[in-house]
Write a protein of this length. Structure first.
Length: 588
């Protein structure tokens, strides 16, 4: 093997790893966060958890990605530690599908149909179709399909290049000598462990081992312990992910490690114990890609079937390693901001869904803060005032953390739909925060009236109650349109906002009249003006939220132009809704 063969091998390895990564990313994007939702929900029994973990991992082609996602679930309080064990076990089984696909390259037959079933034969066709979808299609689903096809084709081309490049190694005595050393179970296991730990993918390291089979120098005696070590090496990704997580998330990462270590020790003890008594003849044979895939699957199935009944024991072992302190799981379950886990950024579609869930919780807090503040105008209590202040602080925290998370998420590759969702959230959280600020202002006005023992006239109270009802309704409609992503509901906001503008002007005009007649004081006038101005600003922010939903759906972002066109144009539907709202919110 000369220098150029080495370069070819390295290039093939690079293409193989890139293709695997590209295909995995395409599959994750195509799932649109649905696979992660399945992981999150369908884990109420151990068997179901194993099946779901295996299925999801088989689709996204990475047990490391599944396990990291599970660590994130546990860290966020979405999932209990006991639920995570089955998924982790299933992920180890699901990852073996990659080895079977790569193993199909070893099919040998003169039949045209059989030859076409080989991945190396049909992958060029996938490459042509995939690049066609990426270059010429405007449909996002086809672009995702093209990414998956092209990723698979690059993976297979890299695998084939790597296999051809290493074939001359069979004639290198030093190389065969190294492989003979790996026949030692401990050395072979360590070699597999280190290789997988470095590239952080058991699927990729098994693929590399299958490529080396092309030399004919890799015997099963070396392949078996290397595969065992590969299963331990893949735990590195989850262990890194557990750094900085809460106790139960660290335990989830440790469950993955302990499962693979115990499974490997048991399997090797039984396998080599039987081999010592009754030697396996196949150990002296040259390994094949299909043989590697079979050993990989048999080990992971055997380990899962053996250890699943003892899943609670794995949890206890992890709990002994990471001892109990102050419990964080319950707190995480009640804190939506824990959903914004950095681990989810590796699966952007799911991270967008988590961001939206957190933003909906922020919308609820915002609506509650304004409703509580308006209630203080009728009946002031220090307890309710404290609640408004607390809600405002929470909303501020939500804006900071969601905004920071979305900035990180925006650098990832997102689908068109997810980009729209991200834009909507970024636009709306600022309006949520400003509404909570106005709620605080209304609370301050109510507090001033309470402390100075001031009260509006009966007429002013009734007018303000109509205004409060309109604000309550526009808030409910705007927040509902955001929560449900309901464009029809969003279209109802702007007509009501125009009516609220009219209410604001009319109430101020009536106040001036009362002031001129001596029925109101200057001091109360200032307070009333503050309250109505804050109400009117709240309706403006509700309008911003609704218009944002409508414009993002059409890739438009000029809010003022949209509103001007709506109000000045000949829009019968808009004018009709304005008339209905005016009837509903008439001042006494």
């Amino acid at each position: 093997m000369d220098f150029f063969d080495l370069l070819t091998m390295i290039g093939g390895l690079a293409l193989f790893l890139y293709g695997m990564n590209m295909m995995g990313d395409g599959l994750a994007q195509a799932s649109g966060g649905r696979l992660e939702k399945i992981l999150e929900r369908l884990t109420n029994t151990p068997i179901k958890a194993v099946l779901v973990g295996a299925g999801v991992t088989a689709v996204i082609q990475s047990s490391s990605a599944t396990t990291v996602m599970v660590v994130g679930f546990v860290n966020s309080g979405i999932m209990k530690l006991q639920q995570a064990v089955g998924i982790i076990m299933g992920a180890n089984v699901g990852t073996t599908i990659t080895a079977w696909i790569l193993g199909a390259t070893g099919i040998d037959s003169d039949s045209f149909l059989v030859q076409m079933c080989k991945p190396t034969s049909f992958s060029p066709i996938l490459a042509i179709v995939g690049i066609g979808f990426l270059m010429f299609s405007h449909r996002e689903k086809l672009k995702k399909a093209g990414t998956i096809m092209l990723g698979f084709a690059i993976l297979m081309f890299g695998m084939d290049t790597m296999s051809n490049a290493v074939k001359p190694l069979a004639e290198v005595p030093e190389f065969t000598g190294i492989l003979l050393r790996f026949s030692n179970p401990i050395l072979g296991m360590l070699a597999g462990l280190v290789l997988t730990a470095v590239i952080q993918s058991s699927s990729a390291s098994v693929g590399i081992l299958q490529a080396l089979c092309a030399t004919g120098a890799v015997g099963y005696s070396a392949a078996v312990p290397i595969i065992m070590g590969q299963n331990i090496g893949t735990c590195v990704t989850a262990m890194i992910s557990g750094v900085g997580a809460n106790r139960n998330a660290k335990r989830a990462a440790l469950v993955h490690l302990y499962f693979n270590i115990i499974g490997t020790v048991l399997f090797m003890a039984v396998f080599y114990g039987i081999n010592a008594v009754n030697p396996f003849p196949f150990l002296n044979e040259a390994a094949t890609p299909f043989g590697i895939a079979a050993i990989h699957s048999i080990f992971n199935l055997a380990a899962t079937l053996s250890l699943l009944p003892f899943s609670n024991g794995l949890v206890k072992l992890a709990s002994i390693t990471v001892r109990d302190g102050e419990s964080t799981e319950e707190a995480a379950e009640n804190q939506p901001l824990h959903l914004l886990d950095a681990r989810f950024l590796e699966t952007p579609a799911y991270a967008v869904e988590q961001s939206r869930t957190a933003a909906m919780a922020m919308a609820d807090l915002t609506e509650e803060s304004m409703n509580v503040a308006m209630g203080l105008l009728d009946h002031y209590t220090e307890e309710s005032a404290r609640k408004v202040r607390m809600l405002e602080e929470e909303v501020d925290q939500f804006e900071d953390e969601i905004g920071s998370y979305l900035v990180k998420l925006s650098s990832r590759t997102l689908s068109e739909r997810d980009s729209h969702t991200l834009s909507t959230i970024l636009h709306c959280i600022g309006d949520f925060e400003r509404i909570s600020d106005h709620a605080l202002n209304v609370m301050d006005a109510a507090k001033e009236m309470y402390e100075k023992k001031l009260a509006f006239s009966d007429k002013a109270k009734k007018e303000l109650q109509v205004f409060q009802r309109a604000i309550h309704d526009i808030l409910h409609i705007a927040m509902g349109s955001f929560r449900e992503d309901d464009l029809e509901l969003a279209r109802q906001v702007e007509p009501l906002e125009e009516v609220i503008d009219g209410l604001n002007m009319e109430i101020k005009r009536r106040h001036v009249k009362r002031l001129q007649k001596g029925k109101c004081t200057i001091e109360l006038g200032f307070i009333l003006s503050d309250i109505t101005t804050n109400f009117e600003r709240v309706s403006d922010h509700c309008s911003n939220i609704a218009v944002c939903l409508l414009e993002v759906s059409e890739d438009e972002f000029d809010t003022h132009a949209y509103i001007n066109e709506l109000k000045t144009g000949d829009n019968a539907e808009f004018r009709g809704r304005v008339m209905v709202y005016r009837e509903s919110y008439q001042l006494p």
